[in-house]
Design a binder for this molecule. Structure first.
Ligand code: FPP
Length: 256
């Protein structure tokens, strides 16, 4: 049996995914970009299945960025419709699998039909204790940080009292640990304004596979690669491995 956890790197609690390549995948087939997004839904199912099966606790998917609002209106509308349809079509399966749906981003900016569908699925899965599936919608890291600054200023906390914990506590999902692993598909190697605070020490896995072709095996391969990475969190390799260093047995501080 394949082991997805190693002594140095336990199974990631949180995996974040930039689902990229839908448009190119569709164009390669002579189809409209929306065809790629529609086919990407099966890849979302695969990722949820794999994450749930392995016992990953949080899976955050970059489904629609703040910058995506600049896309052609037809594409935006089609994406929103796809989201509503997928949520309505998957809710029973999510409940059956114990998957809790959450969302992060400027949800108020979404069309009413989307907000209603999200609210419905979030409520119906609120009691689920398995995987938390987090959809980042109308989201960007800079937007989230700007919102956090606004909330901190409004709260009246004195400047001298603000530290990293204060900032973290004012982000969109303060209860969710930072992702240990980020996966981006389609061969692009950028963060594209995703989870800028939370990805500070994440391991990055760039897959050449276009999102509509990304399946459980690809997802699991990313975790296997992660398992072999040395995570140093600013320390030396010797400290981490415990060789030739008095601080080598120090525990890796998770989530930083
Ligand atoms: C990026 O590919 C993908 C998106 C902007 C949308 C992702 C949406 C889905 C997979 C569909 C629905 C999601 C859920 C959660 C049900 P791109 O269009 O930027 O591709 P390109 O780089 O090839 O143009």
């Amino acid at each position: 049996m394949v082991e997805y956890t190693s002594e140095s790197n336990p199974l990631p609690r949180h995996i974040a995914v930039i689902m990229d390549g839908n448009g190119r995948w569709a164009r390669e087939r002579g189809e409209d970009r929306v065809f790629g997004h529609a086919n990407g839904v099966e890849s979302v199912r695969s990722a949820v299945r794999a994450a749930g099966e392995l016992g990953v606790e949080f899976l955050t998917l970059y489904a629609f960025s703040t910058e995506n609002w600049a896309r052609p209106k037809e594409e935006i509308n089609a994406l929103m419709e796809l989201l509503v349809e997928s949520l309505a079509g998957e809710v029973e399966e999510l409940v059956r699998k114990g998957v809790r749906l959450r969302s992060t981003g400027a949800i108020d900016a979404l069309p009413e039909s989307c907000r209603a569908a999200l609210k419905d699925v979030e409520e119906r899965t609120a009691g689920c204790s398995g995987l938390s599936l987090i959809l980042a919608l109308s989201y960007s890291g800079r937007w989230e940080l700007t919102e956090a600054v606004r909330r901190i200023v409004r709260s009246g906390i004195p400047a001298e009292a603000i530290d990293e914990d204060t900032v973290r506590a004012h982000l969109g999902m303060p209860d969710v640990p930072d992702p240990e692993l980020l996966i981006r598909t389609s061969g692009e190697q950028r963060l594209s304004n995703f989870l800028l605070w939370q990805l500070a020490y994440s391991e990055l896995h760039f897959s050449p596979v276009m999102w509509p072709d990304f399946r459980e095996d690809h997802f699991k391969a990313a975790i296997l690669e992660f398992r072999g990475r040395e995570r140093r969190f600013g320390r030396t390799g010797e400290q981490v491995s415990g060789v030739g260093s008095s601080t080598g047995d120090q525990k890796t501080k998770k989530g930083e």
